[in-house]
Design a protein around this ligand. Structure first.
Ligand code: DAH
Length: 351
């Protein structure tokens, strides 16, 4: 009887305590109060040794019942609390499926990458190989093998970023024409060559239309029976492809040490169509390329028999084409990495 009273008291106390729990920590404390080392139920079970033997089974059973009830109630309230927490979380985190999705911000191709790819695609379609050479180049490849010996005045415009070695043997290449020397040297059979070499070049220049670093593309074709007509046809096609079918192309005699004869190539101004404007300085024409027939000296220095083989070469600044094509007034913006400038070339189609 007395023990039953005790049982009732324990359960009442438990109920009372459980009324004020709000956290799992509170529950843990209630659990300790009843079942912990010093807990009410634990203490009650200590009484077992004082109980006469014949009473022990009954007392044990009662103890178990109390323990089970305490555990069951604690489990129940824990579960309820977890459920409540989960529901609250679900309510808070609810997803509004009618909201528009977040766009993935994609970068865009740099205008120079675009123009380079356009050039490469065209020439690859005509059977050329894309050839790349190093930006640190020997004096030999950059000048000597291109018929520009030491102290030749043609060096003046390009004689710029030498590396600090004893003999000033290496420099940052000032023209992609270096590819001519390299490609001929590498072609051990001394057979036909058809390459374009895009890449960075360096000169001591800095204004709105010149940068100390800019991009050129060089073309070289070597074969038997190559003539000026092939050069002309190729460059006409190239200019029309990049700048538009209406573009007219003209060739003016010029001088480059590594080509003979040499030409400079002008295109009709794509802004005014040839009638004259500020871009073309009222001439209707814009100079875009240097070109010519590979000089026999260059062929011979490259190990080719200049009686058997002829070649043509051309070189141009890709920045210039990018500036014309994308209407970029200052070359320095191309290399400025200004995100506002670059965003203009964003692929609008994926927005
Ligand atoms: N390398 C010349 C320059 O940077 C451009 C050039 C002119 C390249 C005539 C050629 C060429 O291949 O035949 O000014």
């Amino acid at each position: 009887m007395e023990e039953n009273m005790e049982r009732e008291n324990i359960i009442l106390k438990l109920e009372e305590k459980l009324e004020s729990v709000t956290t799992k920590n509170d529950i843990a404390q209630v659990k300790a109060y009843f079942l912990g080392y010093d807990g009410v139920v634990t203490k009650m079970s200590m009484k077992m040794k004082e109980i006469p033997n014949e009473e022990k089974p009954r007392f044990g059973k009662l103890l178990n019942e109390i323990k089970n009830e305490v555990v069951a109630r604690l489990d129940k309230i824990t579960l309820e609390m977890e459920e409540k927490e989960l529901n609250e979380k679900l309510e808070k985190d609810s997803i509004d499926i009618t909201l528009p999705g977040r766009k993935i911000k994609r970068g865009s191709l740099h205008p120079m990458t675009r123009i380079e790819e356009e050039f490469e695609d065209l020439f690859v379609s005509m059977g050329y190989q894309v050839y790349t050479g190093p930006e640190i180049e020997s004096d030999e490849n950059c000048f000597q093998k291109l018929n520009i010996p030491k102290s030749h005045p043609a060096r003046d415009a390009q004689d710029t970023f030498y590396l600090k070695d004893e003999f000033e043997k290496f420099l940052l290449r000032s023209q992609t024409s270096t590819a001519q020397a390299r490609a001929m040297e590498e072609n051990k059979e001394k057979g036909p060559i058809r390459i374009v070499c895009p890449g960075k070049v360096y000169r001591r220049d800095e204004d709105a239309t010149h940068s100390h670093q800019f991009m050129q593309i060089e073309g070289l074709v070597i074969d038997e029976g190559v003539s000026m007509a092939d050069l002309k046809g190729t460059l006409e096609l190239f200019c029309k492809h990049i700048l538009g079918e209406k573009t007219k192309v003209r060739f003016r005699p010029s001088f480059f040490p590594f080509t003979e004869p040499s030409v400079e190539v002008d295109v009709t101004c794509f802004k005014c169509g040839g009638s004259g404007c500020s871009l073309c300085k009222n001439t209707g024409w814009i100079e875009v390329l240097g070109a010519g027939m590979v000089h026999p000296n260059v062929l011979e220095m490259g190990g080719y028999d200049s009686k058997k083989y002829q070649g043509f070469a051309f070189g141009t600044g890709m920045d210039r084409f990018a500036m014309f094509k994308y209407n970029i007034p200052d070359i320095r913006t191309i290399y400025g990495n200004d995100i506002k400038f670059l965003e203009q070339f964003d692929r609008k189609d994926v927005d």
